[in-house]
Design a binder for this molecule. Sequence first.
Ligand SMILES: Nc1ncnc2c1ncn2[C@@H]1O[C@H](COP(=O)(O)OP(=O)(O)OP(=O)(O)O)[C@@H](O)[C@H]1O
Length: 313
Amino acid sequence: MIEVKNLTKQFGNHLAVDHISFTAEKGEIVGFLGPNGAGKSTTMRMITGFFPPTEGTVVIGGSDILKQSLAARQKIGYLPENAPVYPDMTVTRYLEFCAEIRGFSGSARNRRVGETIERCFLAGVRNQDVNTLSKGYKQRVCFAQSILHDPEYLILDEPTDGLDPNQKHEVRLMIREMSASKAIIFSTHILDEVDSVCSRAMIIAGGKVVADDTPDGLRRRSALHGSVVLTLKGEGAGDVQQRIEELGGVASVSVVDSDNDGTTLRIIPDDPGAPVADRVIAAAGQDDRARISSVFVEQGRLDDVFREITTGN
Ligand SMILES: Nc1ncnc2c1ncn2[C@@H]1O[C@H](COP(=O)(O)OP(=O)(O)OP(=O)(O)O)[C@@H](O)[C@H]1O
């Protein structure tokens, strides 16, 4: 387990991380979300022992990151921001070096490096100097060093930053595959990524945790969660709108769009947990002049929730 208690970092007068506490168990993939400068990287740097906190503690699998630093760091794989890698080494040599400082030698080292190169799709560039690699490949090499020793705890600072869509997909698959036996924390600005990869999302703003929930739980906080979006073709949309407004359990009906293709209405229920879609469809079906061309129930949008939580809008 990763146990973070009252973690705080003060840079001069600036409180970058403000008493953050949480735990992350093996099997969990925790996404750190937050605006630029929120304190995500600083929190990760303290969790990995990269620099000490001003206040608070981090315990990794029972080892305190300051008091039992080596034991704690042996259990961690860390992909820092901007993928710092030694530019003058070849990919293979860099990974061999990383394996050696992790305590592997001889055939164990070679096996680890070979497996990681395959796993991270680096075979085509294994003999290339790191400084000749594209940004995405550098990122992959840095990702490779973070998983080389099969750590129980993985801390990944924007692991898909700079990758093309195919590579992003591969890295997300890898993160998901590895999660059964590891606790993984990763930061991202891509909200879809949180949805597709994370079991839990933590929103950090102003150095504080302002939300800690499942992606579905966060989505349910959206003002649009549970609303019905109905598109009608033909005449009679105005009458249908009025009929729906008169239904019990409907808080409001608004026109989202109206053109030659039809009229789209958004129906907000009084209680997002009490579905109104069936009754909305029945009410629309009562008017022969209108034909339903599509209907769906909005699950809510993470980007709306993110904006609401981090800006108050
Ligand atoms: N070494 C440092 N010295 C002084 N201030 C720092 C240092 N590192 C970070 N900060 C400040 O701490 C705050 C948090 O920065 P941090 O890099 O943790 O944010 P972040 O959430 O990771 O942002 P981003 O999404 O842009 O990567 C920022 O105001 C930053 O300028």
